[in-house]
Design a protein around this ligand. Structure first.
Ligand code: AR6
Length: 182
C-alpha cells in the first residue's frame, strides 16, 4: 500500500483514508458525478481519466442519473472492479432537501454495491467540492448514513471514506468518533 494511503480510523466497518480514490483496488469506488454521467471535473474527471474511454461509452448507455440516485458500471482500467456513479446535490443553503439528497446518494450507492456482490466500497466526499456542500455537515451525513446501513446489512463489510485533504479526513474521523459516543 503506498505511503499516501494512511488508514486512520476503523469503526463499525468504516475507515478513513487520505488519498486518490482512483488508486484503490476495492470492489467498487463511488464517483461524485453529474446528472449526465458523461464526466466532468474533480473526482469525476480523475475517475474517467484513469478508467479510460470505455467508461464514458458505458455511461452513455445509462441515460443519466437523478440527484440522490446511483448507477453502476464496470471499472475498466481502474483497479476497482466497478464504479458506482452517484449525483450529489448542489448546496443552495440547506433548505432545498440537500441533506436528504446527500444521504440518499450514500444509501443508494450501498444498496447497489450489495446488489452487485461488492464487499468493499470506497466513497469520496460527495458534493463537497464543485457542488460546495459544507464539509462538516456532509461528513456527518456520510458517516451516519453508512453506519445506519451497516447496522442493517452486515454483508457489506468494508466502507472506506477516501479524503483528498486533511480537513475532510479529520471531519470524517470526528463524525465516526461522535457516533461511537452516542
Ligand atoms: N480522490 C478522492 N477524492 C477526490 C479526488 C480523488 N482523485 N479528486 C477530488 N476529490 P468534486 P462534487 C475530492 O468536486 O462536489 C464534477 O465536475 C474533492 O476534494 O469532485 O460532488 C462532476 O461532474 C472533494 O472533497 O464533486 C459534477 O459536475 C470531493 O472529492 C461535480 O463535479 C468531491 O468533489 C460534482 O461536484
Amino acid at each position: 500500500m503506498p505511503a499516501c494511503w494512511r488508514p486512520r480510523e476503523v469503526a463499525m466497518g468504516m475507515r478513513v483514508m487520505m488519498g486518490d480514490i482512483t488508486r484503490l483496488a476495492v470492489d467498487a469506488i463511488v464517483n461524485a458525478a453529474n446528472t449526465s454521467l458523461l464526466g466532468g471535473g474533480g473526482v469525476d474527471g480523475a475517475i474517467h481519466r484513469a478508467a479510460g474511454p470505455d467508461l464514458v461509452e458505458e455511461c452513455r448507455s445509462l441515460n443519466g442519473c437523478k440527484i440522490g440516485q446511483a448507477k453502476i458500471t464496470k471499472g475498466y482500467r481502474l483497479p476497482a472492479r466497478h464504479v458506482i456513479h452517484t449525483v450529489g446535490p448542489v448546496w443552495q443553503g440547506g433548505e432545498k432537501s440537500e441533506p436528504e439528497m446527500l444521504a440518499s446518494c450514500y444509501r443508494k450507492s450501498l444498496e447497489l454495491a450489495v446488489a452487485n456482490d461488492c464487499r468493499t466500497i470506497a466513497f469520496p466526499a460527495v458534493s463537497t467540492g464543485i457542488y460546495r456542500y459544507p464539509k462538516d455537515h456532509a461528513a456527518r451525513i456520510a458517516v451516519s448514513t453508512v453506519a445506519d446501513f451497516l447496522d442493517q446489512d452486515p454483508t457489506l463489510i468494508d466502507v472506506t471514506f477516501v479524503c483528498f485533504d486533511e480537513e475532510t479526513a479529520a471531519l470524517h474521523r470526528a463524525a465516526i468518533t461522535a457516533l461511537r459516543q452516542d
